[in-house]
Write a protein that binds this ligand. Sequence first.
Ligand code: AHR
Length: 308
Amino acid sequence: AAVVACASFGAHAADKQITLGFSQVGAESAWRTANTESVKSAAPAAGINLKFADAQQKQENQIKAIRSYIAQKVDVIAFSPVVESGWEPVLQEAKAAKIPVILTDRNIDVKDTSLYVTMIGSDFLEEGRRGGRWLEEHYKDNPGPINIVELQGTVGSAPANDRHAGLVEIIQKDPKFKIIASQSGDFTLAGGKQVMEAFAKTYAGKYNVVYAHNDDMALGAIQAMEEAGVHPGKDVQVVSFDATHGGFQAMVDGKINVDVECSPLLGPQLMQAVKDVVAGKELPRRIKTEETVFVQADAAKIMPTRKY
Ligand code: AHR
């Protein structure tokens, strides 16, 4: 793996406490709440002074928070970028101030990759492929057509872009699969419910699969389908992402068929990376989270071991 030397970020006295400025996306989902708790508990455990800001799912708030961390001369800035594009100017400012930047959870789209040291988090494209492969296997003896309605995450975010692209990459090999509708529910339960209410009316009796980009939207969609007299998990196959407690409970209840894991427990890895970058150590450009896929049949047995 490619590595970067971090010595260019300037000296830091070994005995001085490290200050980390962290800009969080928001509080849109159960996943996010668990991620925030992980970061907030890992910082004191690592002896790191954490400054934390919630951007309420707005990029402008994240940019403001990053500028404020630059002004406060924190040692390291970390953030989970709400969307992929539009980060160059503020990250150039951090670079000019010699403050290293670490990405967690979501990736960004920048030409100059020296603008951040490393990216810690899931491989969302692979997650999307995993959802697609489950559909491929589930419907292998079914001639189709298999119509999919998709509840996308936040428009322009890495998990929404990649979970969509991963699905398309797999299902495009077989013309029986068709995405008949796709709309953003912004990763929230209320958003998922609202979009699904409209889909349930417009496509009544015409969709076989709900592909929801996270558990919160899947749970909202389940409510909407039940209100429309549809049995999620039986009449319609529900594919979801994250594998939170709520998602697991819905699998135990027979309403989500498969949940592709996405771990929010990134705090300890982030704190280690912060210490390493301050110490001038080399870091891999990409630190991937280990994840798997959970199916309904195993959910009751596995649920007690789940941590978020
Ligand atoms: O970036 C990770 C995604 O953001 C999670 O899948 C979703 O639940 C969260 O809001």
